[in-house]
Design a protein around this ligand. Structure first.
Ligand code: CP
Length: 306
């Protein structure tokens, strides 16, 4: 199946997801042998208006491992002609002359959709705005669950932390809603609980979910805990609330003791205080394996786009 733009999770059907996982498995073998030259006639542009470590490095590494080349600006917000007031649309129009695919992280929700409207080369949404989407992260998250647990059907998955604006959680909820008998637990204080647009999507697609505010009460029931970072800015001057929630939505060895032996802990990273480093060596800590899956899924996506 040929992909065009990658803008939001909803566009991925079950057959497309199956194909992606099969190609990602092949890419693991390509990566182990050092890469391929299959795409040495292709150029990828990375256009990031927000900071990134994993998404940007894994996309750039993926392109190099496929034999392609990468062009970039260190920080599009400061070093592209956007600083002069050039519109995103004009920037994309110009880049169309130089590149075969554009990986875009933008600070506005739907920045990628704006770009795709004027682009003849594929746009990949690498995260857009607070509360937007991050579909390639969600695909690598889904691939991680599939690899770690063997299948996705019937799993119980808890999301903890900042769910209101967390674009990874929002994108992954759309994908998980495509699988049978999945149950989602959204665990957060009301101020950062999952927003209604996602809950309505889950209702419309008859996906089971519960809202909780106590992480400890759900950890022993679930197969996956997907932990996220709580954004301090969200709380303004209510710093005490932020400090309180970072202690309540926290994974340490006490949480590990309550978790099932087969369960896994995921995190899109970067983490701050929400997972204690003492958890890292437990085999259930899957977040660094999850980060490695990023390059496999992104190699697979690029090859499917080309
Ligand atoms: N998970 C993720 O998107 O990380 P970066 O912000 O480092 O790309």
């Amino acid at each position: 199946m040929k992909l065009n733009h990658i803008l939001e999770s909803q566009q991925f059907t079950r057959p497309l997801i199956n194909e992606l996982f099969a190609v990602a498995n092949q890419m693991d073998r390509v990566l182990v042998r050092g890469g391929t030259q299959d795409y040495n006639n292709k150029i990828m542009a990375t256009l990031f208006y927000e900071p990134s470590t994993r998404t940007r490095f894994s996309f750039e590494a993926a392109m190099h491992r496929l034999g392609g080349r990468v062009i970039s600006t260190e920080n599009a917000r400061d070093f592209s002609s956007g600083t002069t007031g050039e519109s995103l649309e004009d920037t994309i129009n110009v880049l169309n002359n130089y590149t075969d695919v554009i990986v875009l992280r933008h600070n506005e929700i739907d920045g990628s959709k704006r770009a795709a409207k004027v682009s003849h080369v594929p746009i990949i949404n690498a995260g857009d705005g607070k509360g937007g989407q991050h579909p390639t992260q969600a695909l690598l998250d889904l691939y991680t669950i599939y690899k770690e647990r063997g299948s996705i059907e019937g799993l119980k998955i808890a999301f903890s932390g900042d769910l209101a604006d967390g674009r990874t959680v929002r994108s992954l909820s759309y994908l998980l809603g495509k699988f049978e008998r999945v149950k989602l637990y959204f665990v957060a204080p009301q101020i950062i609980q999952m927003k209604n647009d996602i809950l309505e999507y889950l209702d419309n697609n008859e996906v089971w979910y519960d809202l909780h505010d106590d992480l400890k009460s759900v950890v022993s029931d679930v197969d996956v805990i997907y932990q996220t970072r709580i954004d301090k800015d969200r709380f303004g001057e209510k710093v005490d609330d932020y400090e309180k929630y970072t202690k309540e939505y926290y994974i340490d060895r006490n949480v590990l003791q309550r978790m099932a032996k087969h369960a896994i802990i995921m995190h899109p990273l970067p983490r701050l205080k929400e997972i204690s480093p003492e958890v890292d060596n437990d085999p259930r800590a899957a977040y660094f394996r999850q980060a490695r899956n990023g390059i496999l899924v992104r190699m697979a996506l690029l090859s499917m786009l080309f």
